[in-house]
Design a protein around this ligand. Structure first.
Ligand SMILES: [Mg+2]
Length: 301
C-alpha cells in the first residue's frame, strides 16, 4: 500500500471505475471531522486549504461526524474558529442524518421519546418532531408500568445525564412497540485523558433492557453516508469518503459503496494502515491533507 503525501503516482483504482493515470475528481467529498479536519481543539495542518480548494473546484463538500451531542451550528462555529469556511448544509452529524432518515423512510414517526444531549433534543425539535426527553417522561416514583403517553419511536444518542430512570422510561416505550433508532453505536470515545462511554454503551443498555434491536444510523453503518448521497442527488461512485478511523469511516464507505481515503492524521498510523483488510481496508491512504490534495489533483495554497 502506498502512502501519499505529495505528488506521488496514484495506484489503480479499479473499485472506483476511474482512470488510474488521472487524478480523482469526485463530485462529492465527505470529510470526517475529528482526526481529519482537527484533532480535539487543534486544526490539522492543511485541512483548511484542502476544504478551500475543494470549494474552489466546485466539489460538493460534507463534514460527517458520528457525534450526536452538538448542534450543526456549533460545528460551524468551531470550523470558522479554525479558519475553515463552511455552510450549515455541509455539516452532517449523526443526529442530522437520523432526522433525514426519518423524513425519507419513516415519515409517520412524529412523537418521539429521546435519550440524548441538549443539542440533539434541540435539533430534533427544530426538525418538527414532537420531542419528549426521556428524563421528563416519568416521575421519580415510576415503577415499570405503562407510560402516560405513547410514542412512535425512541431516538437514542449520547446522553451525558443518562440514568436508571431514563433507561426505564425508554425501555418501557420500546417494549410497548415503539421503533428504536440510534444515532450511532460508538461504544466509547477518546478524551484528553482517556475514554468516556459513547452512545453505543447507552444503546446496549436500552437493547438489553427492552430486547429490541436498534436501527443504527451513524458510521460504521452506511445510513449517514446514504442520507448524504440521497440529499445531494449523488450516486455512490461519484463520491469519496475521507476518514482516519478504519472501523468507522472505511467500513461505512465500503457498505455505502463509496470510495475511501484513509488519512493518517488521526487514530491510525502507517503500520496499522498496512495491516487493514476486508471492509476496513481503504481504497487509498494519504499521510495528511496535502496527500489527499495530491490524489485529488488539487494544489493547496
Ligand atoms: Mg475521526
Amino acid at each position: 500500500m502506498t502512502v501519499h503525501q505529495s505528488r506521488t503516482p496514484m495506484p489503480p483504482l479499479s473499485s472506483l471505475g476511474m482512470d488510474p493515470t488521472r487524478p480523482l475528481a469526485p463530485r462529492l467529498v465527505i470529510l470526517d471531522l475529528d482526526g481529519v479536519v482537527y484533532r480535539g481543539a487543534q486544526p490539522v495542518d492543511g485541512a483548511a486549504s484542502l476544504v478551500a480548494a475543494l470549494h474552489e473546484r466546485g466539489t460538493i463538500v460534507r463534514f460527517a461526524t458520528n457525534n450526536s451531542m452538538a448542534t450543526r451550528a456549533a460545528y460551524l462555529d468551531r470550523l470558522a474558529s479554525m479558519g475553515i469556511g463552511a455552510s450549515i448544509d455541509e455539516i452532517v452529524t449523526s443526529t442530522a442524518a437520523t432526522i433525514d432518515h426519518l423524513r425519507e423512510h419513516l415519515p409517520k414517526v412524529r412523537r418521539v421519546l429521546v435519550v440524548g444531549a441538549a443539542g440533539m433534543l434541540e435539533e430534533l425539535r427544530e426538525a418538527g418532531l414532537e420531542v419528549t426527553a426521556a428524563a421528563d417522561a416519568v416521575g421519580s416514583d415510576y415503577d415499570g408500568g405503562p407510560l402516560p403517553d405513547a410514542y412512535d419511536a425512541v431516538i437514542a444518542g449520547l446522553d451525558p445525564g443518562f440514568d436508571y430512570r431514563r433507561l426505564a422510561a425508554a425501555s418501557a416505550t420500546l417494549r410497548a412497540g415503539a421503533l428504536f433508532v440510534a444515532t450511532n453505536a460508538d461504544l466509547r470515545y477518546p478524551t484528553r485523558s482517556g475514554f468516556m462511554p459513547g452512545a453505543g454503551s447507552i444503546i446496549a443498555a436500552l437493547e438489553a433492557a427492552s430486547g429490541v434491536v436498534p436501527l443504527v444510523i451513524g458510521k460504521p453503518q452506511p445510513g449517514i453516508f446514504r442520507s448524504i448521497l440521497e440529499r445531494a442527488g449523488i450516486r455512490p461512485y461519484e463520491a469519496i469518503a475521507i476518514g482516519d478511523n478504519p472501523d468507522a469511516d472505511m467500513v461505512a464507505a465500503h457498505r455505502a459503496g463509496i470510495g475511501s481515503i484513509l488519512v493518517l492524521t488521526g487514530v491510525t498510523d502507517e503500520v496499522a494502515a498496512r495491516e487493514l483488510s476486508g471492509e476496513r481496508r481503504p481504497d487509498l491512504v494519504a499521510r495528511d491533507p496535502f496527500g489527499v490534495a495530491s490524489l485529488l489533483g488539487l494544489t493547496l495554497r
